[in-house]
Design a protein around this ligand. Structure first.
Ligand SMILES: Nc1ncnc2c1ncn2[C@@H]1O[C@H](COP(=O)(O)OP(=O)(O)OP(=O)(O)O)[C@@H](O)[C@H]1O
Ligand SMILES: [Mg+2]
Length: 455
């Protein structure tokens, strides 16, 4: 009689769920080291499983017979956060907020908590990273003290669930998923199996009780949410909070949103008194003084928002064997390409000059749409020709010196018109040389001899 071979053990990657019959040190799917571990093979279990008749309430039904309850969104009280969420917080939504250390995640969520409390909705803020006294100090500084804002400093998941039962909040904030652990799972807090268990349990509670839960997530060095990749699949919304350490400006954007679009961006400023919304950031990245040769305004896109960003260039004769190229806020390789195009296609030579190019306000503007503004700014600095304040430039440059159209050009033009820019130099000028001549014709800064400086 033939004996049945026992089913081989299954090894599963705790990061991405990839399975293999043999143990390997590195996951064949997500390429992470040391994440593959043995788990009881489900094959026998599946073979033995007998179908169950579902309860009448849970029977599969034709989609047309399913009634929809319009999920009413509740405003979080922070307009810029609502904008990113698609209008507000949906009951039962699980929202993951990720961001680099110190970017201001706890400050933002404390503000959301305070606003909800002020609107009469009780909030439980479970902080596993900071003591209640630390959070209270921050709340005093940012004006977030309120009786309906409950605070628990707790790292054990079961105790947090107990607090939810006791406090009966209408919004829960867990800061952060990597520092909470469950006694039902092995390993220390922050390990993939723990993060998955904690997130899955919180999400189940959110769904069962229609209770929105906001979970803070740490990021790895390369900006990914730390922990298993499935975390992003489990939650309904993934928001990323970002900003340059040098500046106080912060942006929040949705990377995934089951209840709304992902192309909205919220803008904030970190201040001593907490986090302040910046509903109209259009003036933040412009200089205030008179126009100097070597500046040009471009219209950048941040999600759905069009923002004017001033590009500044300074060129001076170089004393070094290799002229310096210093770039801030822009893509250095694109700047190098634009310098080459200027030299070859518009006869503006920079190979013997030190070139400094920067955005105003430290904003990052790495879209190809910045090319034309970089070219006009550098040409202006070389030829001492200033661009009038009423002119903006948007366009990608091809190596042949042609101007290529950019994405959402109509939206950028309408935002430019709203902000008072009379002319937007773009792909309608066809070539870089034509665009430079066009800007030159508008120049009102004549030289002492009455001549308009050439481009
Ligand atoms: N007294 C203060 N005055 C002004 N700004 C402050 C003050 N204290 C903290 N900040 C700002 O708040 C930031 C820290 O914010 P917060 O603790 O919310 O960040 P986080 O993203 O939660 O950090 P972590 O990942 O460490 O939890 C600091 O980087 C600093 O810019
Ligand atoms: Mg924090």
């Amino acid at each position: 009689m033939a004996t049945r071979k026992p089913a081989p053990p299954a090894f599963v990657c705790t990061e991405c769920g990839w399975t293999t019959a043999k143990w390997v040190g590195r996951c064949g799917e997500c390429q992470q080291w040391g994440t593959v571990s043995e788990q009881a093979a489900p094959t026998g279990f599946l073979r033995r499983m007998t179908p169950l008749a579902p309860h009448a309430d849970r029977a599969a039904r034709p989609i047309t017979q399913i009634t929809t309850e319009d999920a009413p969104r509740r405003t979080s009280g922070v307009g810029e956060f609502d904008r990113v969420l698609g209008g507000g917080i949906v009951p039962g939504a699980a929202i993951l907020l990720s961001g680099e250390p110190g970017v201001g995640k706890s400050t933002l969520l404390l503000e959301v908590a305070a606003q909800s409390a002020r609107a009469g909705r009780r909030v439980l803020y479970a902080s596993a990273e900071e003591s209640p006294a630390q959070v209270r100090l921050r709340a005093e500084r940012t004006g977030a003290l309120h009786d309906e804002l409950y605070l628990a400093s707790e790292t054990d998941l079961a105790t947090i669930l107990g607090h939810i039962d006791e406090v009966r909040p209408q919004l829960v904030i867990v800061d952060s998923v990597q520092t909470v652990s469950s006694s039902l799972t092995d390993g220390a807090a922050g390990q993939p199996s723990q993060v998955r268990e904690v997130a899955a349990t919180l999400i189940r509670v959110a769904k069962e009780r229609s209770l929105p839960i906001i979970i803070v997530g740490h990021v790895t060095k390369d900006g990914q949410v730390a922990g298993p990749r499935v975390l992003e699949h489990l939650v309904d919304v993934v928001c990323h909070f970002e900003g340059d350490r040098q500046t106080s400006l912060r942006f929040i954007r949705a990377l995934k949103n089951r209840f709304g679009p992902t192309d909205e961006v919220g803008c904030f400023e970190m201040t001593g008194g907490g986090i302040a919304e910046v509903p109209d950031p259009s003036g933040l990245f412009l200089s205030q003084g008179a126009t100097e040769p070597g500046t040009c305004v471009a219209i950048a896109l941040e999600g759905k928002r069009a923002l004017p960003v001033e590009v500044q260039a300074l060129t001076i004769p170089s004393s070094a064997p290799n002229p310096r190229r210093v770039v801030h806020g822009l893509d250095a390789s694109r700047v190098a390409m634009v310098l080459a195009i200027l030299e070859k296609r518009a006869s503006i030579k920079t190979s013997m000059l030190d070139v400094y190019v920067s955005t105003v306000g430290g904003v990052r503007f790495t879209e190809p749409a910045a090319d034309l503004a970089i070219a006009i700014a550098v040409a202006g600095s070389v030829q001492l020709n200033s661009v009038p304040r009423t002119v903006a430039a948007v366009g990608e440059l091809s190596l042949a010196g042609e101007i290529r159209p950019v994405t959402q050009a109509a939206q950028r033009r309408s935002e430019a018109a709203r902000l008072g820019y009379e002319q937007v130099v773009d792909d309608r000028s066809k070539t870089l040389r034509a665009a430079l001549n066009d800007v030159r014709a508008r120049n009102t800064n004549r030289r002492p001899d009455g001549e308009i400086p050439p481009f």
